[in-house]
Each structure stands twice: as structure tokens, then as C-alpha cells.
Design a protein around this ligand. Structure first.
Ligand SMILES: CC(C)(COP(=O)(O)OP(=O)(O)OC[C@H]1O[C@@H](n2cnc3c(N)ncnc32)[C@H](O)[C@@H]1OP(=O)(O)O)[C@@H](O)C(=O)NCCC(=O)NCCS
Length: 180
């Protein structure tokens, strides 16, 4: 179960990887509005994620706090997932972005955040997300999750490069995991 306490009274927002080398060093909690600026910077550090406005990150951390998760290492933001329930399918979590600071990758942090978030929410049976075809790390992260959940993973084009993005952004595949 997540800790929802916010023991970040003196937050330093620059990760120091030397102080967090093992998965057990991470703590997980619901984000709040004071995380918005750090999330904005984290996403900037996580290419190829699309950058949103800081205002958007503030909304993710406040209105969507209960379906999002922040991971800390020594009080610093190491990872973040923004998500929300599909308005017409509340048993489905839509994962908007997964971001793990480059200094903390390869430690199963994305996997731990996803699994901790699903445990915390409790009553969702499907997960949707979108992935560009060439983002291998992302595909492998969600394949691992599906495997761990014992659920099937299907995908199909959702937002097309030309039809939806005006040719300026790669197509996004809709990934559907579930039921679980
Ligand atoms: C994608 C990302 C979130 C993965 O974070 P992470 O904490 O390093 O991922 P994990 O350690 O939990 O690994 C999950 C799985 O993906 C695989 N994986 C992770 N990074 C990978 C890479 N660069 N290339 C290939 N596979 C990779 C892992 O091997 C693991 O699979 P396995 O359990 O079958 O071995 C991170 O690289 C990131 O923030 N990237 C930039 C932002 C982005 O593209 N986000 C997309 C949403 S997932």
C-alpha cells in the first residue's frame, strides 16, 4: 500500500543517484500540487516524452492525484506516472505518461510504480496507454506488466501521424492490457 504522507517538507528536486542504488530505496505516494514543478522538470529530462505545460502537471498532481503516483529517493522525485480513469469506462486506468529519471532507470522503478498504483486504486480491471512504435523501453515496460498481471496485451493504432498529428508526431499505438 502506498504511503500518502508527504514527508517532503524540505524538498530538494535534483536526484542524487549515488544515494539510491536499490529498488528498496524508493518510496511511493500520491502526488500533490507541490510536486507540479518537479514533475515538469522530470518530464523534460525524460525524452521522448511530450512536455506539457506546468499547469497541466499541476492538474495531474491535484485532480488526478488518486490515479497518479510519485516515487521518491531520499526525498527527491525519481519517477512519476500520470493517469486517470476513462470517463466512460471507470474500470479502466489510462496511463498518460511514465517517467523515470535517467539516473534511476534499470532498477524496476517503472514496474514498481505501475504495480503499486494498480494495487492502490484496487478496482480497475483494464489498463490503457499509448506508445510510439519505436519506444522499446516503453513496450518492454508494459509487456512486463502484462506478464506480471497474467493478462493479455493488445495494440492498435490510436492517434495516427498524419490523420491526427498533422505529420509532426509519430503515431501512437493504443495498448490495452486486461482484464486483470
Ligand atoms: C520507459 C521507462 C519508464 C522505463 O523505466 P525503468 O524504471 O528503467 O523500467 P524497468 O526497470 O521497470 O523495466 C521494465 C522492463 O522494460 C525493460 N527496459 C527498460 N528500459 C529498457 C530499454 N532502454 N531498452 C529495452 N528494454 C528496457 C526492462 O528490461 C524490463 O523488462 P524485463 O522485466 O522483461 O527485463 C524509462 O526508460 C523512461 O522514463 N523513459 C523515458 C520516458 C518514456 O519513454 N516513457 C514511456 C512510458 S513507459
Amino acid at each position: 500500500m502506498d504511503s500518502t504522507s508527504s514527508d517532503i517538507s524540505t524538498p530538494t528536486r535534483t536526484p542524487n543517484p549515488k544515494q539510491a542504488q536499490s529498488p528498496s530505496d524508493f518510496t511511493f505516494r500520491c502526488p500533490d500540487a507541490t510536486d507540479g514543478a518537479a514533475v515538469f522538470q522530470l518530464v523534460r529530462d525524460c525524452k521522448p516524452l511530450d512536455e506539457n505545460s506546468m499547469y497541466c502537471n499541476l492538474l495531474q498532481c491535484s485532480h488526478f492525484s488518486s490515479t497518479s503516483i510519485a516515487a521518491e529517493a531520499n526525498g527527491q522525485l525519481a519517477g512519476f506516472i500520470s493517469g486517470y480513469r476513462l470517463p466512460e469506462q471507470p474500470d479502466t486506468l489510462f496511463v498518460w505518461q511514465v517517467a523515470v529519471h535517467p539516473d534511476f532507470r534499470g532498477k524496476r522503478l517503472a514496474t514498481q510504480m505501475l504495480e503499486t498504483l494498480l494495487r492502490r486504486i484496487g478496482d480497475v480491471h483494464y489498463l490503457h496507454t499509448t506508445i510510439t512504435p519505436d519506444n522499446l523501453a516503453s513496450w518492454n515496460t508494459f509487456r512486463r506488466l502484462a506478464q506480471d498481471l497474467g493478462a493479455t496485451l493488445n495494440s492498435q493504432t490510436f492517434f495516427d501521424k498524419d490523420a491526427h498529428f498533422g505529420g509532426v508526431h509519430d503515431s501512437e499505438e493504443l495498448v490495452v492490457i486486461g482484464p486483470f
